[in-house]
Design a binder for this molecule. Structure first.
Ligand code: ATP
Ligand code: MG
Length: 446
């Protein structure tokens, strides 16, 4: 199938209707950017963006229910699918002071000018009909590809290339450097040498980007299919030195591969964004430094907490592997640690699998993993909540005043049940408690 035929076949009905509405008023009408790229790459686009020379005012009179999204000429048109499709007026961005937000836009008469402002050739391809085309022409059936920068060839050849002079493009907008890394990770691209040289030169500018934008791009990179080479590239080109100095200082050639192996499609926990994030930051030794970096990237509290839990659990697994090497294989204990750390005993097996995938696991990891998964399958208790008795019942049966001994005794019972020294039945556990208290004396475990 030709690229034009592929795009033609993929355009959703509501998008086709919008293109036809633009045509009926004589305007040029195109789909452009990420959607065209994704279809040609054989993927399902996340969103379809349209472009035309119609001004925002003209668009609003053509689509009365449209919302004006920003002062840069984008309107949102609600369509019957309950979606909002974005239509942008062909435009050129003026230079921006902060390397991010254009302070002025100029509307343009033709798509070619609009494509020239886009970041990479693979993102600078459009499909549709030009202003002034016959009104009888249908923008889908008669539409054509517009690809002045060779984006289709670059995509076929696996090349990421800046549109225009790469020496200017990252100074205009430093975010493009992180987008470059993300597209490399998503489409497994090689960066064209001139583009790579410009990124290397301009990488320090990435330090000025907002933490929020950086964090979102990093997550995009980690969610992609091929982060290994992309992350290595970010290190080689000096991106990490700009946005994550603590990581750059500890970087080694294995990190990218490890990240890619964690949460790869073949694993039971895939996708695994948190596992990948923690693997990326694993070279940083200090938990506080990791938290500070994630906070500077404006990641949610829950993410920071989850990463810290994974790091704590990873250390516990490492110790458990070493113990297992010495002959003390104890999956039950590891599941108890996992339950106490994250609230889910199955995170023990998850973390062993991550270490195995990343190639960081010890000799006994396989044995430890099967011990953990056995416990998961049999749903062996790993926390006090799993027990068939509660603290109140212990207090009543033993006739002692409540105190710290209750939690300690419950922990002892969890350990006993998890190691099959007693079954998880109320009477058995109460009897076991009496026995523990009797053998350990009057104030045994407070
Ligand atoms: P995604 O699949 O992540 O949405 P995308 O390429 O569609 O990728 P968007 O942020 O949706 O990215 O942007 C849509 C289009 O706008 C891009 O394909 C590109 O042509 C253009 N674009 C986006 N960000 C920039 C930028 N920083 N500089 C230049 N052009 C950009
Ligand atoms: Mg997009």
């Amino acid at each position: 199938m030709t690229p034009a035929a592929a795009v033609r076949a993929a355009i959703p009905r509501d998008v086709a209707d919008l293109l036809r509405a633009l045509r009926s008023d004589g305007f040029g009408a195109y789909v452009v950017g990420g959607a065209v790229r994704d279809v040609i790459a054989g993927r399902v686009p996340a969103d379809w963006d349209l472009a035309t020379e119609a001004t925002p005012d003209q668009l609003r009179s053509l689509f009365p229910n449209a919302t004006y999204e920003n002062r840069f000429g984008t309107v949102g048109v609600p369509t019957n699918g309950g979606m909002v499709r974005e239509i942008t007026t062909f435009r050129a961005d003026s230079d921006s002071g902060d390397g991010r937000h254009p302070d002025r836009v100029t509307f343009l008469p033709r798509i070619e000018g609009d494509l020239a402002r886009r970041d990479f050739t693979i993102n600078a391809v459009a499909f549709g009909l030009a202003p002034g085309a016959s009104r009888r022409a249908d923008p889908v059936a008669d539409g054509a590809i517009v690809d002045p920068h060779g984006g289709i060839d670059d995509l076929a050849n696996g090349l990421l290339r800046a549109v225009g002079d790469p020496a200017e493009r990252f100074v205009e907008d430093a975010l493009r450097m992180l987008r470059a890394i993300r597209f490399v990770a998503r489409f497994n691209l090689t960066v064209e040498p001139g583009t790579a040289a410009a990124i290397k030169r301009d990488a320090p500018l990435a330090a000025r980007l907002s933490g929020e934008r950086i964090g979102a791009e990093i997550e995009g990179i980690l969610a992609a299919a091929h982060p290994a080479r992309a992350l290595q590239l970010a290190a080689d080109l000096g991106i990490f030195a700009a946005i994550a100095p603590a990581l750059a200082a500890e970087w080694n050639a294995e990190v990218g591969t490890r990240v890619e192996e964690v949460g790869n499609a073949a694993l039971p926990d895939a996708p695994d964004p948190l596992g990948r994030m923690s693997e990326l930051l694993q070279p940083i030794a200090d938990d506080e430094d990791v938290a500070a970096l994630l906070e500077s990237w404006r990641r949610p509290r829950a993410t920071v907490t989850a990463i810290q839990q994974i790091r704590a659990l990873d250390r516990a697994v490492s110790v458990a592997e070493q113990e297992a090497d010495r002959g003390n294989l104890d999956g039950a204990a590891l599941r108890i640690v996992a339950a106490a750390t994250t609230g889910d005993p199955r995170d023990a097996a998850r973390q062993v699998r991550r270490r195995v995938a990343a190639g960081r696991a010890g000799r006994s990891a396989a044995a430890l993993l099967s011990a953990c998964t056995q416990g998961d399958e049999q749903q062996l208790p790993a926390a006090a909540n799993d027990l068939a008795v509660g603290g109140d019942q212990l207090v009543a049966r033993l006739g002692r005043a409540p105190g710290p001994w209750v939690a300690a005794l419950l922990a002892q019972l969890v350990d006993d049940v998890a190691h099959r020294r007693v079954t998880n039945e109320k009477e058995k556990l109460l009897a076991r408690s009496e026995q523990i208290v009797a053998t350990e004396g009057r104030d045994p475990i407070a």
